[in-house]
Write a protein that binds this ligand. Structure first.
Ligand SMILES: NC(=O)c1ccc[n+]([C@@H]2O[C@H](COP(=O)([O-])OP(=O)(O)OC[C@H]3O[C@@H](n4cnc5c(N)ncnc54)[C@H](OP(=O)(O)O)[C@@H]3O)[C@@H](O)[C@H]2O)c1
Length: 356
């Protein structure tokens, strides 16, 4: 099929405006980039937050959406490891040519991976933001000075020295059933952590055990109940806790459970009351953007270079999928459901090519 000149996109015309479907031009890939026809795009909570609260995106009209799976339609200069028609997955950006809520996008080839035959476009689209946020929060060795994000700085499992490096150490994840949480569980397993303890609604327990959680605790437990349950499972120091929910109550519980000298990784800004802060406990916020800044891109390129094999071998399993009807228009209802906490243990995915 020839590449069309124009495509449909879900456009945010102004801050906190309603989304509209517009016809816009199909972008061209620059050096090191790919033009990708998007067959599946997954939804993320940040997208309703951008539209409803006006955060992060300040230039309009804008196109958002970051979880992209599709086919390579055109290669930019210097691209070596891809050919036309390859099935690929990548993380987009909130900039029009690189966004996901459209039919064609531009990805950076070094943070794009081929999708193995055993994985569908829909499954692949659940991976980028969740896996990148999990990985960067755990494994980025250095973050730029003065940035408001950070990392636990652990050895990464894509390096020989990092695979299984933390055997015998306990790992606690708040919100294991969230998209980010599911990938944290799987990376913790690749890193060798054990036991891997997570909080969730108990109807998600089998799913989370299938990903590598050894113990699933009811998310309704109080801090004291959690402390008691964890003590029954492990007496090891909780040196690393990943809070994939990061609401004020989960942050505080995670912080209280963290061992002195340990690191708590958050996905939202820290909200632990000042009077509860203790010397020697480290709190960092992950920033799940593979393309920037450069420090993230270097780490993400290593992650994406390993992703195809990990998927082939079942070492990373995508999130469960629920497909939204109606092409790009279907995203609106999906974002509403995310906003109203009506999504549990699945990733919502749209088919941009079905837009009428
Ligand atoms: N910093 C970054 O760069 C970055 C990147 C990605 C995401 N985020 C943020 O990270 C958060 C998670 O994103 P996501 O896409 O992973 O979310 P998601 O998949 O939509 O998360 C939904 C899940 O959260 C779980 N959950 C909610 N409250 C919980 C609680 N109190 N305890 C335990 N589990 C709880 C629910 O689990 P059950 O169904 O088991 O109840 C639900 O399945 C969002 O706030 C998002 O904006 C930040």
């Amino acid at each position: 099929m020839p590449i069309p000149d124009t495509q449909k996109a879900l456009v945010l015309p102004a801050k906190q405006a309603d989304f509209v479907i517009h016809s816009i031009s199909v972008p061209k890939p620059g050096p090191g980039q790919l033009l990708v026809k998007i067959h599946a795009v997954a939804l993320n909570p940040v997208e309703w937050k951008i539209q409803k609260t006006g955060i992060i995106v300040h230039e309009f009209p804008a196109i958002i959406g970051m979880d992209i799976a599709g086919t390579v339609e055109k290669l930019g200069d210097g691209v070596e490891h891809f050919t036309l028609g390859d099935r690929v997955v990548s993380e987009g950006q909130f900039a029009i040519p690189h966004a996901g809520f459209q039919q064609y996008t531009i990805t950076n080839a070094d943070v794009t991976a081929k999708i193995p035959d055993s994985v569908t476009f829909e499954q692949a689209s659940t991976i980028p933001v969740g896996l990148v946020t999990a990985a960067l929060g755990l494994f980025t060795p250095t973050v730029p000075t003065g940035s408001d994000f950070g990392s636990a700085g652990l050895q990464a499992p894509w390096q020989d020295s990092g695979h299984g490096a933390y055997a015998g150490k306990p790992f606690l994840i708040f919100g294991g059933a969230s998209s980010v949480g599911q990938y944290v569980i799987q990376l913790a397993k690749l890193s060798g952590f054990s036991p891997i303890i997570t909080t969730a609604s108990l109807h998600n327990a089998d799913l989370l055990r299938s990903l590598g959680a050894t113990h699933v605790l009811d998310r309704k437990l109080s801090l004291e109940q959690l402390r008691q349950e964890i003590a029954k499972i492990s007496t090891g120091a909780l040196d690393i806790i990943y809070d994939a929910v990061s609401l004020p109550d989960t942050q505080l519980a995670a912080y209280e459970l963290l061992a002195p000298g340990g690191t708590l990784v958050l996905v939202l800004y820290p909200a632990i009351p000042t009077e509860r802060l203790q010397q020697g406990k480290n709190v960092v916020k992950a920033f799940g953007q593979a393309n920037l800044p450069e420090e993230n891109r270097v780490v993400s390129a290593k992650l994406f270079s390993k992703l195809t094999v990990w998927l082939e071998e079942g070492m990373i399993k995508p999130n469960r999928v629920e497909v939204l009807p109606g092409g790009l228009e279907g995203i609106l209802d999906g974002l509403d459901r995310l906003r109203n906490n009506r999504v549990s243990g699945v990733k919502l995915v749209a088919h941009p090519q079905e837009t009428v």
